[in-house]
Design a protein around this ligand. Structure first.
Ligand code: TRP
Ligand code: ZN
Length: 464
């Protein structure tokens, strides 16, 4: 028995060794070159964003034909590899990809749902800077996202020949290939060619307007601060531009031609709001601000440095809400979508603060009471399901989280917490735990119970 066993062992030893060697070599190969993940692990959006690389800059060169709502574009992404990449993904919804080049060498690619899977001719070593150029065209297809039942997302036509991309949270991949998750922020150059008399408005500062030989004009916009993909926008239409120097950076608004003076005047308060918020939180974070008004757009969205509004007239509180998002949302950005209260709760609470500042304590407290009227119907805002992501609880009870904190720590400490949390995280990403940690550190108190109850408790607590 024993000898047989030994014999058997001896017989198998080389086999076992070669198996181990094979496993070692193949696992080493896996470590050496692997595909980037097709998502960034967001609980609500597992396939948004991609692993294995970090985009630094998007340069999008896009020509637009309004008659057919067709785009023809090249997007050049400057990225850094985080792994040894044999292949990697971008997010792209529909459209036709004509070519992909990686470091100027033709790459092969496949499409799988909203993923563009790219295999470069040579794998990319971890740490290397590399460039991806995607040439693509087509008619952008609006995206249905259960988080926003009131609107379709991405590039689309609104009323009267006005076009605009509104994308929070998933829509940007309907007009450019991207790492479509707020964790991967990047700077942008957007070069948009449109026929006269149309204007193309986009994020950041207009650096150049080029008259092309074919009669079109190219508008070149630079967003020099980091931006999440969902905040990237292009708005195209027959606009009149209006400048306003009452803020701390240039304000340039774009209104549909023929907009009434009264509807335009509704936006005059923007500069005062910007000064007030800058005093409270730290300087407005981007090189310019403004609104673009789009006929038929049924909501408002805080697209970075150029918020988009519908044509139904400026509502002062909505104006304040979208402007506040430039600090909380756009500069300080969530790391996972289920933390949306960090954007919407903050923006809603500042609506109350603005009312208090402008119209007195009564206006402040009646706004707070109006948040409370839905009472027990306000579900926990801290970890919503996708269909509740932009629901009233995230806005209203999210705002009340801040009001409860203020009641607990007092005014001076409360505003110190907001200022510090903002300045320590400007242009970055945060999680709820970062806010709690900042609040505890600055107030020198244990606040777990308060945050747990307000963010995650089934029943809405009593205010302190
Ligand atoms: N962030 C927007 C706000 O509260 C709400 C929103 C989310 C939205 N996704 C959208 C508005 C898409 C318009 C389109 O200000
Ligand atoms: Zn908001």
């Amino acid at each position: 028995m024993t000898s047989i066993r030994i014999t058997a062992f001896k017989l198998h030893l080389p086999f076992v060794f070669s198996l181990m060697l094979l496993m070692f070599v193949s696992s080493a190969a896996v470590f050496a070159q692997q595909p980037g993940a097709d998502g960034l692990g967001d609980r609500l959006y597992p396939r948004l964003g991609n692993g294995g690389y970090d985009v630094q800059h998007y340069s999008i060169n896009l020509a637009f034909k309004p008659e057919s709502n067709t785009i023809a574009a090249t997007a050049v992404l400057e990225a850094v590899a985080l792994l040894d990449l044999a292949s990697f993904n971008l997010d792209l919804y529909e459209l036709t990809v004509n070519s992909v080049r990686v470091d100027d060498i033709e790459a092969t690619f496949t499409r799988e749902e909203a993923e563009l899977v790219i295999s470069p001719a040579q794998s990319i070593p971890a740490g290397a800077a590399f460039q991806i150029a995607v040439t693509y065209a087509g008619v952008p297809q609006p995206i249905v996202d259960p988080a926003v039942p009131f609107v379709k997302l991405g590039w689309q036509e609104w009323d009267d020949g006005y076009f605009a991309a509104v994308s929070e949270p998933s829509g940007s991949m309907n007009w450019f290939p991207c790492n479509n998750h707020p964790l991967d922020k990047a700077t942008y150059t957007l070069r948009i060619a449109v026929p006269r008399p149309l204007t193309a408005v986009a994020n950041g500062v207009l650096s150049e307007t080029i008259a092309n030989d074919d009669g079109t004009r190219t508008f070149v916009w630079e967003m020099e601060q980091p931006m999440a993909t969902y905040l990237a926008t292009v708005a195209i239409g027959d606009f009149v531009a209006a400048r306003d120097n009452s803020g701390i950076v240039p304000i340039r608004n774009f209104f549909p031609t023929g907009a009434s003076d009264a509807s335009i005047a509704g936006y005059d308060v923007t500069g005062d709001m910007m000064v007030w918020l800058s005093d409270m939180l730290g300087p407005y974070p981007f090189g310019a601000y403004g609104v673009v008004v789009i006929p038929g757009f049924p909501a408002a969205l805080e697209t970075q440095s150029i918020s988009i509004f519908g044509a139904s007239g400026a509502d002062e509180l909505v104006l304040l809400h979208e402007l506040l998002h430039q600090w909380f949302g756009n500069s300080v950005t969530l790391s996972k979508w289920s933390d949306a209260w960090l954007h919407e709760g903050f923006a809603t609470y500042f609506m109350a603060l603005w009312l208090g500042e402008q119209y007195g304590a009564g206006a402040f407290s009646s706004f707070i009471s109006s948040l409370l009227t839905s009472g027990t119907a306000l579900s926990a805002p801290g970890n919503p399901e996708k269909t509740d992501l932009f629901g009233w609880s995230v806005y209203a009870r999210g705002a009340l989280v801040l009001h409860a904190l203020r009641g607990e720590v007092g005014d001076e400490t409360f505003f110190e917490i907001l200022r510090t949390f903002y300045s320590e995280n400007a242009y970055g990403n945060v999680a709820t735990t970062d806010f709690i940690a900042a609040a505890e550190r600055i107030s020198e108190r244990e606040l777990d119970d308060l945050f747990d109850a307000w963010l995650y408790g089934e029943r809405i607590p009593d205010l302190p």
